[in-house]
Design a protein around this ligand. Structure first.
Ligand SMILES: [Fe+2]
Ligand SMILES: [Fe+2]
Length: 276
């Protein structure tokens, strides 16, 4: 399952050639993401919820500790893997619990949007899936699954940014609105293509064209997030973003999406394209 980096033309068979997957690197990326989610949750909870805030802080510390451990090993296995799985499962439950409280109006929302809690819960579910289940073998299916997952995430990032910017930031909001429309469209198309791929076409050149389009738009969005982070760091942005780190966090997730496309697109070109 976990193999060394390999040029795609050397892959043994197209039916099982998703090779460039490094579970340890994935775990390091996602554990940092989990640690930051815990921080964002804590910052977003109202002051009259000290217990929940303490719980969020404990998760932050837990993932910080796990991240340290992940940087001391060269393989993800044994107790570390078990501890990581346990921590992610508990964190998913915590996020779901908070979301349920908000949906049922049993707690004051603070500044954690219900959709944000759902968003970070889904990200944690994805991490758990990577830790516990084998990767699907067919690169076309995997590519479309990743696109559907990440395009939804990208679209929601834009929606969060729109709602966190000060209303006076009209130019940035206008740019974000344009991104929102583009990513809504891309998501819808990805879902259509994923559904069509269920009939197992031998060639699916449109997916390759579409993915190139996704890469171009995601690069632009990534740069927009990076610029917003820089503005926030320099105190040149009016918003209610709790920490500039949130903007860097969503930029890193865009880069992760681009990295995953970078690995999978050549595989799909090799295995599912009729174009030479
Ligand atoms: Fe995240
Ligand atoms: Fe995210």
């Amino acid at each position: 399952m976990v193999k060394e980096k390999k040029k795609s033309h050397e892959s043994p068979q197209c039916s099982n050639c998703v090779c460039e997957y490094n579970r340890l690197e994935e775990a390091r990326f996602w554990t940092r993401i989990m640690m930051e989610h815990a921080l964002f949750i804590k910052l977003g909870l109202p002051a009259n919820e000290p217990k929940l805030r303490a719980e969020a802080e404990a998760f932050k510390n837990k993932f910080e500790d796990l991240l340290d451990r992940l940087y001391c090993v060269d393989k993800l296995k044994g107790d570390l893997l078990k501890d990581l799985i346990k921590a992610v499962e508990a964190f998913i439950e915590f996020k779901a619990y908070l979301l349920k409280l908000l949906i049922q109006c049993k707690a004051e929302p603070g500044s954690n949007y219900p959709l944000l809690l759902d968003h970070i819960r889904r990200e944690a579910e994805r991490f758990l899936g990577l830790l516990t289940s084998p990767i699907p073998q067919d690169p076309l299916t995997l590519l479309l699954e990743q696109e559907v997952f990440w395009l939804r995430i990208m679209k929601e990032h834009i929606e969060f940014v729109i709602h966190l910017l000060d209303p006076s930031e009209r130019e940035l909001i206008r740019q974000a609105e344009t991104f929102r429309r583009t990513f809504s469209r891309l998501l819808e198309t990805a879902r259509d293509l994923k559904s069509m791929a269920e009939v197992n076409p031998k060639n699916f050149n449109t997916v390759i064209r579409f993915t190139q389009d996704v890469i171009n738009h995601t690069l632009q969005l990534r740069n927009f997030k990076a610029a917003a982070f820089e503005l926030a760091e320099l105190c040149k942005l009016l918003s209610i973003v709790s920490t500039p780190l949130l903007l860097d966090h969503i930029r890193r997730e865009a880069d992760k999406f681009l990295d995953e496309l970078d690995v999978l697109l050549p595989e799909v070109k090799k295995c599912h394209s009729s174009c030479k």
